[in-house]
Design a binder for this molecule. Structure first.
Ligand SMILES: *[C@@H]1O[C@H](CO)[C@@H](O)[C@H](O)[C@H]1NC(C)=O
Ligand SMILES: *[C@@H]1O[C@H](CO)[C@@H](O)[C@H](O)[C@H]1NC(C)=O
Ligand SMILES: *[C@@H]1O[C@H](CO)[C@@H](O)[C@H](O)[C@H]1NC(C)=O
Ligand SMILES: *[C@@H]1O[C@H](CO)[C@@H](O)[C@H](O)[C@H]1NC(C)=O
Ligand SMILES: *[C@@H]1O[C@H](CO)[C@@H](O)[C@H](O)[C@H]1NC(C)=O
Ligand SMILES: CC(=O)N[C@H]1CO[C@H](CO)[C@@H](O)[C@@H]1O
Length: 418
């Protein structure tokens, strides 16, 4: 009897305690914030078996076709062989899991993000936004260094609380509803920074599609976004003729970028048009085809990075490419990722105009990035305070030239005023 009373009392206590916990959760965890760890190892045996059964042609049809005709067979074969034999997912997963990650639910979407904090209470919150075929992994080499306090040019001690979300429909973030635009993503990322994480002001960095999101944040959230850094902007670059007519003199590195842009627009737009107009065709064709995804995304990593990729300071080697493709393949997000093109058919604005913000804008160009925006043009789209040119690096700055990107982003500290 005594025992049973005791048990009842304990049950009541437990129940009461649980009720309190739930009530507290309802008020303090509105966004269902949860720690997150990557655990895709169980899917590796099937991937390896498909890789094992996939066969490539014995020799190239037209060995002299050149990279302008797409990824070359021997490049793909080397990647395929590495994936099957040398690549160790567990090692890559363990490295990615060294980053502190979470998921939160915002407007019904699960948003995956890295959140690494600086030891400095005055650190600047910054959100780094990736594009396609990148992912949060693209920023791996810069995240920890940016959290470390370090003196800069003006003698200012600068460090960051670094947030790196996965775009909706990419990797561990859930698929957005139809007609979801980069402005919608900007809105939920502003909620992530201000409401979920409680930062009243912050800085943004964007590349590729991430630059569309970052520019939307810069333009539309002028009280919370107090600095922006770009390596790519969502504006149509001027033509060579227009640059010449405006008497703009290009440096050697800028001439390289101009050449890369000409190449992109003349022979490199196939994937872009396909993904914009028929996302289901390519998305479903490659949905369960790892080597297909490797060819389709690998060509971009190979062709739009610095030609010296994989040699210092670049860490963009085959391991990095395979990690990225493995993340897309194992999370089954290739299909939803290509939809970003179809959902945003007017990514590149043709009218350069200043948005209503006085927040500083910083820009860095990397020579082998296929897009040239001269300083005169970048100055038209914001309060430009810094324009830098790097002769090493391409489209994936975080992997292509991490020391330069760390320095570029750290420069935000010279201009940021909370
Ligand atoms: C920079 O700030 C950090 C954290 O506040 C501090 O530990 C470090 O000594 C500072 N460095 C310098 C050179 O002032
Ligand atoms: C998406 O937008 C198109 C064009 O505005 C419209 O026809 C379509 O119904 C929309 N789809 C959804 C699911 O809202
Ligand atoms: C470019 O230079 C030429 C020759 O000096 C001059 O006639 C022209 O007005 C300049 N164009 C612009 C846009 O400044
Ligand atoms: C790629 O670079 C990383 C360092 O960033 C290194 O650990 C790895 O061994 C390299 N992989 C190959 C295949 O060279
Ligand atoms: C911020 O945006 C609002 C609305 O567009 C505008 O009225 C305001 O002047 C802007 N603030 C700055 C500092 O530009
Ligand atoms: C740590 C860091 O980014 N330091 C940089 C501060 O600014 C000077 C001058 O631009 C650079 O040379 C440092 O590398």
């Amino acid at each position: 009897m005594g025992l049973s009373l005791n048990l009842t009392a304990r049950l009541v206590l437990v129940t009461t305690f649980a009720t309190v916990l739930v009530a507290a959760g309802a008020t303090t965890n509105t966004y269902n914030l949860k720690p997150f760890k990557i655990n895709l190892a169980g899917k590796i045996p099937r991937l390896k078996s498909i890789l094992h059964d996939t066969h490539l042609p014995a020799k190239a049809l037209y060995p002299d076709a050149g990279p302008g005709k797409g990824i070359d067979l021997e490049t793909l074969r080397a990647l395929h062989t590495d994936w099957l034999t040398a690549f160790d997912w567990e090692t890559q997963q363990a490295e990615l899991n060294q980053l502190t990650q979470f998921t939160a639910v915002i407007e019904g979407l699960t948003v995956h993000f890295v959140h690494e904090k600086s030891p400095d209470p005055d650190a600047i919150p910054v959100i780094l936004i990736h594009g396609w075929p990148g992912s949060f992994q693209e920023f791996l080499p810069v995240i920890q260094p940016l959290t470390q306090p370090s003196l800069n040019a003006s003698g200012k001690n600068v460090s960051f609380n670094v947030v790196v979300p996965s775009l909706p429909g990419f990797i561990f973030s859930s698929v957005p509803p139809a007609n979801w635009t980069t402005d919608d993503t900007a809105r939920i990322f502003n909620t992530l920074m201000t409401k979920v994480l409680g930062y009243s002001t912050y800085a943004v960095h964007g590349t590729d599609w991430g630059s569309s999101v970052a520019y939307s944040l810069y333009s539309s959230f002028n009280t919370t976004v107090r600095a922006a850094h770009f390596v790519f902007i969502p504006f149509v670059p001027p033509s060579s003729q227009e640059i010449a007519e405006n008497n703009i003199t290009l440096s050697d590195a800028q001439k390289v970028a101009e050449q890369r842009y000409i190449e992109l627009t003349t022979i490199g737009m196939g994937y872009f048009i396909e993904q914009t107009t028929k996302p289901n065709d390519i998305g479903l064709a490659l949905y369960d085809n790892p080597v297909g995804q490797l060819a389709w995304m690998g060509t971009t990593f190979k062709h739009y990075s610095d030609p010296r990729a994989g040699t210092p300071p670049s860490v963009l080697n085959n391991t990095a490419i395979l990690t990225s493709v493995t993340l897309y393949y194992l999370t089954e997000s290739f299909l939803s990722s290509v939809w970003i093109y179809a959902q945003n058919p007017n990514m590149f604005k043709s009218v350069y105009a200043k948005p209503p913000t006085d927040a500083p804008l910083l820009f860095s160009m990397y020579a082998y990035n296929p897009g040239l925006w001269p300083e005169e043009y970048v100055a038209k789209i914001g309060n430009l305070v810094s324009y830098k040119v790097h002769d090493f690096g391409g489209h994936f700055a975080g992997l292509d030239n991490p020391p330069a990107l760390i320095e570029d982003i750290r420069e935000i500290g010279l201009y940021f005023e909370a």
